[in-house]
Design a protein around this ligand. Structure first.
Ligand code: NIG
Ligand code: FE
Length: 401
């Protein structure tokens, strides 16, 4: 049995009972990649007393971060579109004229699986360098069967190349590809759903996602994809009410979605529906910031109804070219008014919950020993600083990596 004892730590365990689940002068015992015990050093059980200590010098330890919403695998980039938007063009206008997501589709279709992996690795490394150990990656820039499968294989490959756990979402319902222009229903029935079945058969899918928006799909179209997900026993999640209110949250809640993401235009009744379905609200301030959005998600309504909030990068080439979970936390505080504690719960415990994971995101016995050690003494420092990486070291399943 491998045992490690971390001592001299300010442990933000993120257990729900107290602010940050903070333990002053804490210790953590790790056995075989899992947390065996955590608490104040003074109450360390005898069993670990003779163990060699890994002294953290009084530093802050949190669960390592979970980035629960990314589009990390893509071809090309959209710097030209960034310029166009600053010259006055709108995001939806660019999308309607065949740019936006579809320009990334073109570049992604043209790339090989190896190209996609090679391009995504430095982005993944940027996340890992800020303490991420678990990441969700979507398809959705292929929009034909072979390109969607290629994206999902690339995502799985990333998880083998780095000490990180990767979960995949099938996002075939992201945009209507040019060959089905004007025929969203045809695309859903003839490509999106059959490709989902094939991807599932090949073990490439952990969740099914969609984009419910006027530039993407209607609730009725998304519900057909979700019916297919249900028949495959795959959990669902949704991009909803990002640019306008479409009723996506209600639909997602009816299907018991793990999470509903963006939600800028969600109403209080949507928050109530999410509370009923137990769905997490994923806040994506990088997209809000990039698109100069002015409507912030209804954080107060989420609080009032007890909807857990996650915070993620939405790392993608168009609406959120953000590869820093720490900056996402800072933006959640500054732009959306979350507290630093909510921001950290949003990238740990609630992000794990958004992925349906019960074994990470918290420092407690039985959880995976996924830990981030920071050059900080209080957890609010993580959201307070921006453009500065406070990570000291990262433990992945009990191994310093
Ligand atoms: O989460 N909302 C839809 N899709 C992605 C980004 C799409 C893009 O612009 O490439 C998002 O913002
Ligand atoms: Fe997204």
């Amino acid at each position: 049995m491998t045992t490690t004892l971390l001592t001299n730590a300010a442990v933000a365990a993120m257990t729900p009972e107290s602010p940050y689940g903070l333990i002053a002068d804490g210790a953590i015992a790790i056995e075989n990649g899992r947390i065996a015990w955590t608490g104040a050093r003074a109450s360390l059980p005898e069993r670990w007393m003779n163990e060699a200590e890994h002294d953290l010098g009084g530093r802050l330890v949190t669960p390592s971060l979970v980035d629960c919403h990314t589009h990390l695998v893509f071809g090309g980039n959209r710097a030209r579109e960034f310029e166009m938007r600053l010259e006055g063009a709108g995001y939806e206008e660019i999308a309607q004229s065949g740019g936006g997501i579809l320009s990334t589709v073109q570049a992604t279709r043209a790339a090989s699986e190896e190209d996609l992996v090679e391009a995504a690795l430095p982005r993944l490394d940027a996340l890992i360098c800020e303490g991420v150990s678990t990441i969700e990656i979507k398809s959705g820039y292929g929009l034909d069967q072979s390109s969607e499968l290629k994206m999902l294989r690339a995502a799985r490959q990333l998880g083998k190349l780095r000490p990180v756990r990767v979960f995949t979402s099938y996002l075939g319902a992201h945009a209507v590809p040019p060959e089905y222009s004007g025929d969203a229903d045809g695309y859903i029935d003839e490509v999106c759903i059959p490709a989902l079945r094939e991807a599932e058969k090949q073990g490439l899918v952990d969740y099914v996602d969609g984009f419910c928006e006027r530039i993407a799909f209607t609730p009725a179209q998304i519900s057909r994809v979700f019916d297919a997900a249900r028949s495959l026993e795959l959990p669902v999640r949704l991009h909803a009410e990002q640019l306008s209110w479409q009723g996506g949250v209600e639909l997602a809640a009816q299907y018991g979605a793990l999470c509903v993401d963006h939600v800028e235009y969600a109403k209080e009744s949507d928050a109530a529906a999410m509370a009923g379905s137990g769905s997490v609200a994923t806040l994506l301030p990088g997209a809000f910031y990039t698109l100069h959005e002015t409507q912030a998600p209804p954080v107060d309504a989420f609080r009032k109804h007890g909807v857990p909030m996650a915070v993620a990068t939405d790392a993608n080439p168009g609406s959120s070219p953000l590869f820093s979970p720490l900056l996402a936390m800072n933006m959640a505080c500054t732009l959306f008014g979350t507290t630093p504690e909510e921001a950290l719960r949003g990238t740990t415990l609630n992000a794990a919950r958004a992925l349906g994971l019960k074994d990470t995101g918290m420092i407690a016995p039985g959880m995976r020993a996924d830990l981030a050690v920071w050059n900080a003494s209080h957890p609010a420092e993580l959201s307070y600083m921006f453009g500065f990486n406070l990570l000291h070291e990262r433990w992945f399943e009990g191994v310093l990596s």
